[in-house]
Design a binder for this molecule. Structure first.
Ligand code: PEP
Ligand code: MG
Length: 693
């Protein structure tokens, strides 16, 4: 007996238990308990059996008693999977158990009793129960019951149906679904059954959720070429850059060996709702040989199939089945979201920069766009023309040349802005002025440079000099954000003119447009004043040109440097709104490069030096203080200052809850995370309700 008790306690520190607690975020110090009780035996003959059942189907949430049993067996035989169990009833039959006799047929009286008891247990605990039972010599014994685990689809269905059945109230229904469980309803997944059987060949950071399968390619160009031939491909790279965007877009999924949760690959993929795993250091790419080696010695060649689970960060060999879910057809999801929207007290917007993304965002319930990254229209797909104009501007030597190139760009920017404003029809659209350092837009390999010099009609020598001049040792801390707008005011001018003209034309056509002009990477209010002068001047010019009296808009800034957060009271003198850019704020405050954190983060997490990836969930103790102070200080100057967040954290449930608690007006995240943020916002409102004003 003591041996048994000791074994249970010791199991708490087993490898699997520790791993499970880490995933489920169960504190290690909780410990476990031991129950000692009399045994009953399901293995005393053919009038005995044992089984495991659920009061509702944990795989899809259907309100049907669902379970398995084995005649003449003990519980361990059922769970260990040594024998194929039989279904408790007709409903529980599957392909493997089709031919077996159900418990309902074999022992009808006991089944009836079991059925009545499971109903009673669910009614008592007001949740789906996972129950274990034994029938010993014809007598039914209940061994245990507990809240049953369920997947996301089932969680949403059970919560809303139990609410309709009046078993639980709306509050409980909202709290029952884990925000991240919604991901399963929104994206295709690897078939869970197939996944269970396949060995994991490598593990990385789960940057873009969902599942995907495809044939391995190692360059963006190959991804594009193979996809054009109708192949499904997975782009495997050490890391990605804006030059890879075309290939990334054409690929089913992206797998990188470096980079963190806000690295280029992660951010872009998440925005598209694309499956992506980054920082997967378990594999090593051999570009020359066109293959990669996994830690366990497996070699995957170009063209081989692999499957990714971007929700868990796991990589599998071969082509695994995918399961798809159509959200519009899911009544339970719609019911849940109705309850959620009635409850939440913080707005949810999306980060989007094309009319298509904006449409997706609206479909997922976004109430506006919190971040329109202007530069994204210059990347990849179909942007040959604007990218060329932008490059022309970058290599310009004089203001005159630059202005000419900017004129060429103007119509593209205006069209993109206008179409997006139009889709959002009156909902706010926060348009950020150009942010990345200019070198990001020029090619870096020799062949492409040669081609560009031809297209631009300038010598290679001159182009090289210009590219060299743009080189920076720390580009993330370099000539980017508002610094570009101050060095080259004409860049700001072109963008602002495009925004005002787009908005004014829509307003004139009877549509509503509400742009919010946002200045990135500011550190001091003088920068905002400098840019505001340009905005004011262009505003007047556009009003005159188009004959309108007013173009509604707001002028604000990102708070993404520690200094801006600390001096928020001064920034608020010149800003109508703040949007916390927590990607850069985290990078600059920790001093961790958002693109290279993959190199050491796993070790930090393993050793529990950091509790979480700070680029994924807000470090509330440190970065959170900057955000809180920034919000409070800003509102000392302007009590009604609109405050939001547009870093990747805006779609992380714990971070959304934090933003709710400190009184932000909205969070903004990639379109596919909008439902997750809405649910987290509703849960935050139930946990810590704000006082109604
Ligand atoms: C940020 O820094 O949080 C942000 C949203 O801007 P970006 O990710 O484009 O740098
Ligand atoms: Mg930023």
């Amino acid at each position: 007996m003591w041996g048994g008790v000791g074994a249970v306690f010791a199991s708490w520190n087993g490898k699997r238990a520790i791993e499970y607690r880490r995933i489920e975020k169960i504190p290690h110090e909780w410990g476990t308990a031991v129950n000692v009780q009399a045994m009953v035996f399901g293995n005393m003959g053919d009038d005995c059996c044992t089984g495991v059942a659920f009061t509702r189907n944990p795989g899809n949430g259907e309100n049907h008693f669902y379970g398995e049993y084995l005649v003449n067996a003990q519980g361990e035989d059922v769970v260990a999977g040594i024998r194929t169990p039989a279904p408790v009833n007709q409903y529980s039959k599957n392909a493997q158990s089709e031919q077996f006799v159900s418990l309902e047929k074999l022992m009808p009286a006991q089944y009836k009793e079991l059925f009545t008891i499971q109903r009673r247990l669910e009614k008592h605990y007001k949740d789906m129960q996972d129950i274990e039972f034994t029938i010993e010599k014809g007598k039914l014994y209940m061994l245990q019951c507990r809240i049953g685990k369920r997947n996301g689809v089932a969680a949403v269905r059970m919560a809303t149906e139990m609410h309709k059945e009046k078993l639980i109230d709306a509050k409980t229904a909202i709290m029952r679904v884990g925000p991240n469980q919604l991901v399963e309803l929104l994206l295709p997944m690897l078939d869970p059954k197939a996944e269970l059987l396949a060995p994991v060949i490598a593990k990385g950071l789960p940057a873009g959720p969902g599942g995907a399968k495809g044939r391995v390619v190692f360059s963006s160009a190959d991804a594009v070429a193979w996809a054009a031939k109708g192949e499904k491909v997975i782009l495997v790279r050490e890391e990605t850059s804006p030059e890879d965007v075309d290939g990334m877009h054409k690929a089913q999924a992206i797998l990188t060996t470096k980079g963190g949760m806000t690295s280029h690959a992660a951010l872009v993929a998440r925005g598209w709702g694309k499956c992506c795993i980054v920082g997967c250091s378990d594999i090593e790419i051999h570009s020359e040989a066109k293959n990669f080696h996994s830690n366990n010695g497996l070699v995957i060649k170009e063209g081989d199939w692999i499957s990714l689970n971007g929700t868990k960060g796991t990589v599998y060999e071969g082509s695994m089945a995918l399961v798809d879910i159509d959200i519009d057809k899911n009544q339970s999801y719609k019911d849940l979201m109705k309850l959620v929207d009635k409850t939440k007290q913080i707005g949810v917007r999306a980060n989007a920069e094309t009319p298509r993304d904006a449409t997706t965002a609206v479909k997922f319930g976004a109430e506006g766009i919190g971040l329109f990254r202007t530069e994204h229209m210059f990347y990849g797909e179909g942007s040959e023309a604007p990218l060329f104009q932008l490059r022309k501007m970058i290599v310009s030597k004089t203001e005159k040349e630059r202005r000419e190139a900017l004129n060429g760009l103007f119509k593209y920017v205006k069209k993109d802005v206008k179409d997006t404003l139009s889709v959002m029809n009156g909902h706010p659209v926060t348009i950020r002025l150009l942010d990345p350092p200019l070198h990001e837009f020029v090619p870096h390999d020799k062949e492409k440079l040669k081609q560009l010099s031809k297209e631009l009609g300038i010598s290679m020598g001159m182009l090289n000099r210009r590219v060299l001049a743009l080189h920076e040792n720390n580009p993330m801390l370099g000539h980017r954000g508002v610094r570009l707008g101050i060095s080259y005011p004409e860049i700001t001018e072109m963008q602002v003119r495009a925004i005002f003209e787009a908005a004014a034309e829509l307003n004139k056509a009877g549509k509503k447009a509400f742009p919010e002009i946002m200045v990135p990477v500011t550190v001091i209010s003088h920068e905002l004043r400098h840019q505001k002068e340009i905005v004011d001047r262009v505003y007047k010019e556009v009003c005159e040109k188009l004959g309108v009296k007013k173009i509604p808009y707001l002028y604000g800034t990102m708070i993404e440097t520690p200094r801006a957060a600390l001096r928020a009271d001064f920034m608020a003198n010149v800003a109508d709104f703040f949007s916390f850019g927590t990607n850069d704020l985290t990078q600059m405050s920790f001093g961790f490069s958002r693109d290279d954190i993959g190199g050491f983060l796993p070790k930090y997490l393993d050793l529990k030096i950091l509790p979480d990836d700070p680029f994924q969930t807000i470090d509330q103790e440190g970065i959170g203080q900057l955000i809180k102070a920034g919000t409070e200080r800003g509102r000392v100057t302007k009590p009604n200052l609109k405050v939001g967040i547009c870093g990747e954290h805006g779609g992380d449930p714990e971070s959304v809850k934090f933003c709710h608690r400190i009184g932000m007006n909205y969070v903004s995240c990639s379109p596919f995370r909008v439902p997750i943020a809405r649910l987290a916002a509703a849960q935050a409102a139930l946990e810590t309700p704000r006082k109604k004003k």
